[in-house]
Design a binder for this molecule. Structure first.
Ligand code: AG3
Length: 281
């Protein structure tokens, strides 16, 4: 009997795959090719330009880790900007923080929001409210995050970049120029976080982003986490502006969140990095 699979191929022929039952949807959006599959064991799978964005079962291993470490390291995050993240998972986690008064998501590709709303069990109620402008603390803007940040006349406590890899539409989100406009638009004390690719397979992209961020932010931290569906470990980069210690998080606020993957009481375990990579950073 024929078995069907979706495989994402990374450099050097390294693959990450899922057995799939069927392809539920495919389209060419204005920016990228979008596919949604039903997998055998991980719910639905969202793919953009051949790269895995999330699986429904396990997406929290990415969204919790992208959002909560910075939110719990910031003493009082009230205004949050998410760039990318059209599936809504990142904003969903941001809005779990009671301190947040307003969170804005700027997604370039309306097609991602629509397909996620229609097909994925990730944040469809939130996306529905955002589309209808009925989410009191959240706002969705379909637009270019680079341009948005450059022209923004407000300041943010936390900026979260939930983008595709640093090629294609997301490339500019990893440039020194972009980091400068992010730094400028952070409040006196603020945190910036971006996903930064596979530790083993995109090591050069990670190093480049780290070096560019070092030129701009007061301090830069790297960390890694095993994300379900990606070539793990996956890397994250945090840029700090002003007086915040990213090595410390508010464990009390963390406890209320009842997290599944990220463990604020073991925050220090995030900083694990293979030695050869640490030596290069
Ligand atoms: N953002 C995409 C992370 C990059 C995945 N890269 C890859 N598989 N090559 C995830 C979107 C979820 N909100």
């Amino acid at each position: 009997e024929k078995e069907r699979a979706f495989i994402e191929w990374y450099p050097r022929g390294y693959g990450v795959g899922f057995k799939v039952k069927e392809r539920l949807f495919e389209t060419q959006t204005e920016y990228q090719r979008l596919e949604i599959y039903e997998t055998e064991g991980f719910g639905k799978l969202l793919v953009l330009d051949g790269t895995v964005q999330l699986v429904e079962v396990g997406e929290e291993s990415y969204h919790e880790v992208l959002v909560h470490p910075v939110m719990l390291a910031h003493p009082n995050p009230r205004r949050v900007l998410v760039i990318g993240g059209g599936d809504g998972g990142t904003l969903r986690e941001v809005l779990r923080h009671k301190t947040v008064e307003k969170a804005t998501m700027v997604e370039i590709d309306e097609g991602v929001v629509e397909a996620s709303y229609l097909y994925l069990d990730v944040a469809s109620e939130l996306l529905d409210r955002l589309i209808k402008k009925g989410e009191p603390r959240g706002e969705l803007i379909i637009g270019d995050g680079v341009k948005y940040l450059r022209e923004a006349d407000e300041r943010f406590d936390v900026i979260i970049v939930d983008s595709t890899d640093p090629v294609g539409p997301a490339k500019l989100l990893f440039s020194e120029e972009f980091y400068r406009s992010a730094y400028e638009k952070l409040n006196e004390r603020g945190l910036y976080i971006t996903q930064a690719g596979s530790v083993y397979l995109f090591t050069n992209e990670l190093l480049d982003a780290y070096k560019a961020m070092k030129k701009v932010f007061d301090r830069v931290y790297y960390f890694s986490f095993p994300v379900i569906g990606y070539a793990s470990p996956w890397s994250f980069l945090v840029g700090v502006k002003g007086d915040i210690d990213f090595r410390k998080v508010d464990v009390e606020r963390g406890r209320e969140l009842e997290l599944y993957y990220y463990d604020p009481e073991r925050h220090e375990t995030l900083f694990q990095m293979p030695k050869y990579v640490r030596d290069l950073l």
